[in-house]
Design a protein around this ligand. Structure first.
Ligand SMILES: C[S@@+](CC[C@H](N)C(=O)[O-])C[C@H]1O[C@@H](n2cnc3c(N)ncnc32)[C@H](O)[C@@H]1O
Ligand code: SF4
Length: 376
């Protein structure tokens, strides 16, 4: 049977390293872009020549980063040409590019549209200039609005805006006002993440030294709840804990991750999963380029998913979605006697049409319930 699958491509280049960001991204390396594109093209050829992907039906491509919108459209077209030697582009439903407001020109947006990209994901983060400064963003609130309008003018009918809450100095009022301004733009999709303090980031150092104090858990949760209610009052459906969409505008690529569908991945630090094994590439542009120069795949490591890990991943991802966990998927892996006992413990859980999910999209105890349902 052909399995629905996605393709992820990681572009590590950025104009600035934001203090909270743990993704693999590098500054002052734009002179390496031509070499990088050649390497991605080579990686695609090497991957398809050494892996049988006949059973995978690719229907999404996600250009993530880093800041892929720093890459000229003709370079991205080269990547699409390389992919089209191995996959059927006519059945691709969604091609997303992540873009930073203020760092994506009108010409680039027009070019992306021309080469077949049909979804833009803008990293707004906030519409408060002080908070944007705190986050080290290079753009202003005004530039978010301009970028959004330019993308619509370029013909994009599927636009996401990424927002962040739980930022030091952010109040419920600022957040509410910002969300309402975003909603006025009528994006098709809104992601809203709680700011996390990741080890190794500048934010982590500052929090450790007491230079920055994060909001307390209660405010974090209140911001989450307020976001969720503003979204539902404005007809955005919360189809995942951090993601809201208009009808039929859910991100198909992210749904692949949450459904544990296969996805292949290219670029430094990119992670792939073929249904049985996971693999991940080196998190260094230098290593990535030099290994590919030797005509080898830049894979750092692979891991065959054990039944236990697969079970836990289905729980972790499925419970985050409003659709819930397909219980038959779990049943194929192991007997569910223990799980059934645990489910009874949590009044927040319901079973509907063979899907186990959180009642009324109440994600408050998501982490506790997920941990309890895990096989240890
Ligand atoms: C890694 S960025 C890449 C796209 C683009 N460069 C940007 O900054 O928007 C993708 C998204 O991850 C989210 N993100 C990154 N680090 C985060 C953190 N520590 N806490 C919450 N969200 C984070 C942001 O909302 C961001 O839009
Ligand atoms: S948040 Fe985006 S722009 Fe900032 S460093 Fe990370 S990838 Fe680059």
């Amino acid at each position: 049977m052909n399995k629905k699958s996605g393709i992820y491509i990681h572009f590590p280049f950025c104009n600035v390293k934001c203090g909270y960001c743990d993704f693999y991204s590098i500054v002052n390396r734009k002179e390496s872009i031509p070499d990088f594109i050649k390497s991605i093209v080579k990686e695609i050829g090497l991957y398809f020549n050494s892996n049988n992907s006949n059973n995978l039906k690719f229907d999404t491509i996600f250009l993530g980063g880093g800041t892929p919108s720093l890459i000229e459209p003709h370079y991205i077209e080269k990547i699409f040409k390389a992919l089209s030697n191995h996959i059927d582009f006519s059945i691709i439903k969604e091609i997303t590019i992540e873009a930073n407001p203020g760092e994506t020109s009108k010409d680039y947006l027009n070019g992306y549209k021309e080469i077949g990209i049909n979804r833009v994901s803008f990293g707004f983060q906030s519409l408060d200039d002080k908070l944007l400064k705190f986050l080290d963003r290079l753009h202003s609130a005004k530039q978010c609005i301009v970028a959004f309008e330019e993308a619509r003018k370029a013909g994009f009918e599927n636009i996401n805006t990424d927002m962040i809450f739980n930022i030091p100095g952010q109040s419920l009022d600022i957040l509410s006002e910002n969300l309402k301004s975003v909603i006025k733009l009528q994006p098709d999709h809104i992601s809203s993440y709680s700011l996390t303090v990741e080890k190794g980031t500048m934010l982590y150092n500052n929090v450790s030294k007491g230079k920055v104090v994060m909001p307390d858990e209660e405010l974090d949760y209140n911001m989450y709840e307020m976001t969720s209610s503003i979204m539902s009052n404005n007809k955005y459906s919360q189809y995942e804990a951090s993601n809201y969409a208009k009808i039929n505008k859910e991100c198909l690529h992210n749904l692949h991750y949450w459904d544990l569908d296969p996805y292949i991945a290219f670029g430094p630090s990119a992670h792939g999963y073929d249904g049985k094994k996971r693999w991940w590439n080196h998190r260094s542009l230098g290593l990535y380029l030099s290994i590919l120069k030797k005509n080898k795949l830049p894979i750092k490591n692979t891991e065959i998913l054990s039944s236990k890990n697969k079970f836990n991943e289905i729980i972790m991802n499925g419970l985050r979605t409003s659709k819930g966990i397909n219980i038959e998927k779990l049943n194929r892996i192991t007997t569910l006697i223990n799980l059934e006992k645990k489910i009874k413990k949590w009044p927040q859980l319901v079973m509907e049409d063979k899907y186990l999910k959180l009642k009324d999209n109440d994600f408050m105890l998501l982490d506790e319930i997920t941990a309890d349902l895990f096989i240890v």
